[in-house]
Ligand binder design. Structure first.
Ligand SMILES: Cc1ncc(COP(=O)(O)O)c(C=O)c1O
Length: 385
């Protein structure tokens, strides 16, 4: 048997008629950029997340960037985030001119450690008229940017408490967490702003690029709408410099169809995760993901850990099983961020994860038989320790 890491075509075949109709209809109506298809999808996505405003954008990276810009974050400011993430989380901060400040993740959730946020604030910052200042970096700490990594939400209750205490904004990187929940609330609905990616492989994936910004705040929503359209308040009247981050109508029409299937797809991911958990949790040397209290994990990725990761990857390949690594180099050790002067050893959990994590096949159309085949192969792997 061959088990691919993912198979996007298999999903398309199950919704082909609906998708083809939506594409045809969009072309017929010429709603190519922003327009009615984007508006429909924005309304449906806002309702799905339980927020008042959702603004379609060109990618998850642009969603994060405009979220921070809308909050007025820029040069002289700092944003707290994690190094064990996709680089876009951090690029969005630095592109505004702000300084990314890293804190480590928790071992059991792969999400930002709230203890480490407090440790950083208490160890490196002072309060200056209600503003948190990192004296050694000479920046005002304005926001915390938790990443709901792999499909499980960060500890939003504690993050909000810290944010309130220190006057910080909260921007959720929900790129991997469409439909995930914390305390019954959806990703993207708890912080000041949520940022989603619709990269094709995501739980809700476009057939190209796309992103969404969510917020309950009408003023922020209005600012974001200007930011993504050249600061254009009325035709040819530009209130400030923005950019072109608008969503493509075809992607919106496709995503609108796919949104109707998202809950079922997430349940199918969860069923596959349950089969993995049942067979793999007792195997020595493999650490399986945990669904924490108050969370609904949507398993964008099913990530296990092995001390022999690189040998494990080759073994899976030889067994006809696809896999991937998210992410092999933490962002603080990337060449792109050497100027931030972090070094190896600064974030031990993130660094251990970078060495040990491996993502097993996970997508809604993956069959129970295929998951069992993967589990069976893993149980026969001789290198566990
Ligand atoms: C955690 C995280 N943040 C941000 C992004 C950026 O999204 P996009 O690729 O749509 O720009 C991604 C996805 O690739 C991601 O996984």
């Amino acid at each position: 048997m061959q088990v691919p890491f993912m198979d996007l075509n298999k999903q398309y075949q199950t919704i082909k008629d609906e998708i083809d109709r939506a594409i045809h209809d969009t072309i017929q109506s010429c709603a190519f950029v922003a327009g009615v298809k984007v508006k429909d999808f924005e309304e449906n996505f806002a309702a799905y997340c339980g927020v008042d405003h959702a603004i379609g954008v060109s990618s998850g990276t642009s969603a994060l960037y405009v979220a921070l810009r809308a909050l007025g974050i820029g040069t002289g400011d700092a944003v707290i985030t994690i190094p064990h993430t996709f680089i876009a989380t951090v690029e969005a901060i630095s592109l505004t001119g702000a300084t990314p400040v890293f804190v480590d993740i928790d071992e059991d959730s792969y999400n930002i450690s709230t203890d480490k946020i407090i440790e950083y604030i208490e160890g490196s910052c002072t309060q200056d008229g209600g503003v948190l200042v990192d004296k050694s970096r000479n920046v005002r700490v304005k926001a915390v940017l938790p990443v709901h990594l792999y499909g499980q939400m960060a500890d939003m209750r504690q993050i909000l408490e810290i944010a309130q205490q220190y006057n910080l904004y909260v921007v959720e990187d929900a790129a991997q967490a469409h439909g995930a929940e914390y305390g019954g609330k959806k990703a993207g609905s708890i912080g000041d702003i949520g940022a989603f990616s619709f990269y094709p492989s995501k739980n809700l994936g476009a057939y190209g690029q796309g992103g969404m910004v969510t917020t309950k705040d009408a003023k922020l929503s209005e600012k974001i709408r200007l930011l993504i359209d050249h600061g254009q308040r009325a035709k040819n009247l530009h209130a400030f410099e923005g950019w072109n981050f608008k969503m493509d109508g075809l992607q919106a029409a496709i995503l609108n169809v796919k949104l109707g299937h998202l809950d079922r797809w997430n349940e199918e991911r969860r069923s596959n995760a349950a089969i993995y958990g049942k067979h793999l949790s007792d195997i020595d040397g493999i650490i399986v993901p945990k669904e924490l209290a108050e969370r609904k994990h949507v398993y964008h990725l099913y990530v296990v850990r092995s001390k022999n990761r690189d040998v494990f990857v080759n073994f899976l390949k030889d067994s006809g099983i696809g896999s991937s690594v998210h992410y092999p180099t933490p962002v603080h050790l990337q060449e792109a961020y050497q100027h931030l002067s972090y070094k190896e050893g600064d974030f031990s959990v993130s660094e251990a994860c970078a060495r040990e994590v491996i993502s097993l096949p996970m997508f809604p159309e993956l069959t129970a038989e295929e998951v069992e085949y993967v589990c069976d192969a893993i149980s026969r792997w001789p290198e566990h320790r």
